[in-house]
Design a protein around this ligand. Structure first.
Ligand SMILES: Cc1ncc(COP(=O)(O)O)c(C=O)c1O
Length: 379
């Protein structure tokens, strides 16, 4: 499948920032343009068709994480909101403990720490070591109720063995919550194989969608026990029967969606995911791994460069964070940006994150720009 036309990025741009906010594919531009034109010309005349797109999005998301089906997929505003829905839906007892890692993005820390008003303690485990899963398992106490971890850490790029960890937690009857934003759309994901109770991820990184539309998956039997904290016309069984006075909470995952959906975001993300689905996640992952290997090899050729990200293929996904001896990472990142290498300063280094479609020329040019910055005498 030729996908070159899907990424007509400006030729001078080396876009290596998919771990922050990704560019959209061409088909997403077209879907959004069509949707905008339709809104201008006809308003919501064809709303039932929009609902079909919404359904297709839920199906694609269900397929992406291997959930049972679209009824188990809720759409939230973002990862943080999805985590908050879950954290404030669980019935906690004073003394309960949540385990997170010391590499989490603030979304997956602050929400758990906020539960201290309910007597819940958040324990932070150091995973900067060879066996992060064991470090988490070793931190479990009889009070541990939930472990929440990013499938891939946003700064180091460290990838967690979700199947190993999830099965071990399942055996201990501990809830497993996964912030999958740094892996969904980059690497294959199976919520059943890893015994996930909760999976959350916004669409604007590896899924190539816009900001503001996120996946929230909660294992159905857990979903039914969560307390709801947002209410409205959309989260009930007889949605659309506005005259009806009695109401019951919807059986499916729309119970978490209180009001009007983000139809614009739905149209965009549905289009983006159609591309990943057409390619297949195995191919996407394979291509991304090749790009990461090339990037690492070229970086290691430069004087003074050291990797902050784990190098082992099983410990990495789409993120390569590095430092350069004698250079301030923030300054370096700014200089790279000035030279059209789009990247981020994270975790004490410069974070590069290509995607599957990134071509070799882009990688080579980015590394060449870096070489010019760190060894200018040789230019
Ligand atoms: C691991 C992780 N979680 C969450 C987020 C963002 O959360 P939200 O979708 O609420 O903006 C990021 C963004 O960088 C992230 O890397």
């Amino acid at each position: 499948m030729n996908i070159d036309h899907e990424f007509p990025q400006q030729p001078e741009l080396c876009y290596l920032n998919h771990a922050a906010v990704a560019p959209w594919p061409q088909r997403t531009l077209e879907a959004v343009t069509r949707f905008a034109q339709e809104n201008v010309l006809m308003g919501a005349t064809h709303y039932p068709r929009w609902l079909e797109t919404e359904r297709r999005l839920r199906k694609r998301l269900a397929k992406l994480i291997n959930a049972n089906g679209p009824n188990d997929i809720a759409l939230a505003k973002n990862t943080s909101e999805a985590l908050s829905i879950v954290a404030y839906g669980i019935q906690w007892s004073t003394g309960d403990e949540v385990i997170i890692s010391n590499e989490e993005f603030p979304s997956n820390r602050i929400v758990w720490e906020s539960l201290n008003t309910k007597g819940v303690k958040t324990r932070i485990v150091d995973i900067k070591q060879t066996n992060p899963e064991q470090a988490i398992l070793d931190a479990i106490t009889p009070k541990t109720k939930l472990v929440s971890i990013s499938s891939v850490q946003y700064a180091s790029g460290r990838r967690i063995d979700l199947t190993l960890l999830g099965n071990a937690l399942n055996r201990r009857n501990i809830l497993f919550c996964i912030d999958a934003i740094q892996s969904l759309g980059a690497i294959p994901f199976d919520c059943q194989a890893c015994c996930a109770d909760i999976v959350v991820a916004d669409g604007h990184k590896w899924m190539l969608g816009p900001e503001g539309i996120a996946l929230l998956y909660v294992r159905p039997s857990l979903r039914r026990t969560l307390q709801l904290n947002q209410f409205g016309w959309h989260m009930v069984k007889n949605r659309g029967d506005y005259d009806r006075q009695d109401w019951e909470v919807a059986d499916d995952a729309t119970c978490f969606e209180c009001g009007s959906p983000n139809m614009l975001g739905i149209h965009a993300l549905e289009a983006s995911l159609s591309l990943l689905e057409a390619l297949g996640m195995d191919q996407v992952f394979d291509q991304l791994q090749k790009n990461i290997s090339k990037l690492i090899a070229q970086l290691k050729d430069l004087p003074g460069v050291y990797l902050i990200s784990p190098e082992h293929p099983e410990r990495r996904a789409g993120i390569v964070t590095f430092g350069v001896q004698g250079f301030d990472a923030t300054h370096l990142q700014r200089q790279l940006m000035e030279n059209h290498v789009i990247c981020a300063a994270r975790g004490g280094g410069v974070r590069l994150s290509p995607h599957f479609y990134t071509n070799e020329t882009t990688i080579t040019r980015a590394v060449e720009q870096l070489r010019k910055i760190i060894s200018p005498a040789k230019n």
